[in-house]
Write a protein that binds this ligand. Sequence first.
Ligand code: SF4
Ligand code: SF4
Length: 136
Amino acid sequence: MEYILLGAGSIQVTTAVMQYGYRIIDDLKAGLNLYLAEKGFSSVEEARGLALGSVSETTDVLERDTVVFPKFHREKCIGCGRCVISCADGGHQAIHLSEDRWPILDGKKCVGCHLCVLVCPERAISSSRKRIRKRN
Ligand code: SF4
Ligand code: SF4
């Protein structure tokens, strides 16, 4: 929806299909229709591009000092290591497993992308409170 609000006329979905199968398309359509109905739009086209006026021409206005760290829940974690692999290959190499297979976060490397939250099969990772990272 964010892409559509920024003017996109078509959306490519790849990883979600790999993870959930083609049924995710029905879920995406249902979610999109629900959103449109809740916001009072009668079509996708009505909403397309509405956020363009909010786009800044410079990145200087972006707040870059806040990182929302992942929070690991030991009672749910099964030590599978998926969060470690995803962060290592698709994130910032900010997690390693302890000897008893408990995820350990390196707060200096984590950028708060939440890829680890998305891949955890046990929903054992949530968002922690925002913390301020001082710029170098
Ligand atoms: S939020 Fe991103 S960078 Fe931080 S630990 Fe998770 S995957 Fe790695
Ligand atoms: S992906 Fe989830 S269950 Fe697996 S090690 Fe990480 S936190 Fe634990």
